[in-house]
Design a protein around this ligand. Structure first.
Ligand code: DOR
Ligand code: ZN
Length: 362
């Protein structure tokens, strides 16, 4: 689709979200619509409590997602296995052949939310990676070291040098997605190590740098992992996302936490960007004079990497401003009213979704 940089309206093939946290229980019910109203498919992260480490758990979680889906929406959740030190390769292979494991997620142990059962040492799962390489099951990586001696702002770069580089040599045919990249180093690394390596980029890493976390006080709403970095990294990510290069695609990493869990002595990492995710990305593409590349990033590159067809439907965005609510009300598991703060809360965004166009063939 051709979308001129000065366009006031753009139509793109319906996008997919290649990295999202949908949670469970009342939170799942509260957040699912935000994703499913725009995205046709999404790769759903398995870091629940307890994590998704079995075929049955993945089927059951998918059923809960589909049961929470508003009737009028067509949405396909693509499920992931949560790798642990003692995950069995047979289970991985069986889950893949049954069509329930679309990919497997590597959380280095204690790297982020609910990652305590993650992998303690990458070398311990070589046998799993061999299986994945053989059967064509993609590996999705939270690429940060957890070594407390490494500065938190360097943990992605150190992971790439210490772990990812040798991993690519050991498993040249394994398809890998380095999730939610945050640095210039990651951009360059991914660009020069294709075609089996790709990366997702979030809206928040395109909009904010690390100053946002400390603007007139401590701003937990902007705390996520990997943590946002300095301005030069944000600029490198914007260039990468809007480049149209097939190795970069949309993954929101929308990660809702109740406000009470964010504004806490030990606040949770995660930014809930699902409600205005596509509008947030469009804003960046317009500012970079790259509306022409939005469709590749949002709707084509990811499906191509994963060997799936593009979506048949399309969405139209129109340049009309809208103000993002300061919070969204939601019931917690005890039935009490709580708040979720969406990314861009209180800001005015320049674009909104005009229509979702069905070609009626699904
Ligand atoms: O900020 C984050 N939140 N990063 C992650 O890797 C996990 C996520 C979550 O699940 O809350
Ligand atoms: Zn994530």
């Amino acid at each position: 689709m051709t979308n001129h940089p000065s366009a006031k309206k753009i139509t793109i093939c319906q996008p997919d979200d290649w990295h999202v946290h949908l949670r469970d229980g009342t939170l799942l019910k509260g957040v699912l619509r935000s994703t499913a109203k725009v995205f046709r498919r999404a790769i759903v992260m398995p870091n629940l409590q307890p994590p998704i480490t079995s075929i049955d758990a993945a089927f059951a979680y998918r059923d809960r997602i589909l049961a929470s889906l508003p009737r009028e929406l067509s949405f396909t959740p693509l499920m992931t296995a949560y790798l642990t030190d003692d995950f069995s390769s047979k289970v991985l292979e069986k889950g893949h052949s049954k069509g329930i494991f679309f990919a497997a997620k590597l959380y280095p142990a204690n790297s982020t939310t609910n990652s305590a059962s993650g992998v303690s040492d990458l070398r311990r799962i070589d046998f799993l990676l061999e299986t994945m390489e053989r059967i064509g099951l993609p590996l999705l990586i939270h690429g940060e070291v957890t070594d407390p001696d490494v500065d938190i702002f360097d943990r992605e770069a150190v992971f790439i040098d210490r772990h990812l580089t040798p991993l690519l040599t050991r498993f040249p045919d394994l398809r890998i997605v380095l999730e939610h990249i945050t640095t210039e180093h990651a951009v360059k690394f991914v660009e020069s190590n294709g075609p089996n390596l790709a990366a997702t980029i979030t809206p928040h890493h395109l909009h904010i740098n690390r100053n946002a976390m400390f603007l007139n006080g401590l701003r937990s709403d902007f705390y996520c992992l990997p943590v946002v970095k300095r301005e030069k990294h944000r600029l490198a990510l914007r260039k990468a996302a809007t480049s149209g290069k097939p190795c970069f695609f949309l993954g929101t990493d929308s990660a809702p936490h109740l406000r009470s869990s964010k504004e806490n002595a030990c606040g949770c990492a995660g930014i809930f960007n699902a409600p205005f995710a596509i509008e947030s990305y469009v804003e960046v593409f317009e500012q970079e004079d790259s509306l022409d590349s939005l469709e590749a990033f949002a709707s084509k590159n990811g499906s191509q990497f994963y060997g799936l067809p593009s979506n048949k439907d399309s969405i139209t965005l129109i340049k009309e401003s809208q103000t993002v609510p300061k919070y969204i009300e939601i019931l917690n598991d005890q039935g009490q009213l709580e708040h979720l703060v969406p990314f861009h809360a209180g800001e005015t965004l320049s674009w909104r979704i005009e229509t979702k166009n069905s070609n009626g063939s699904e």
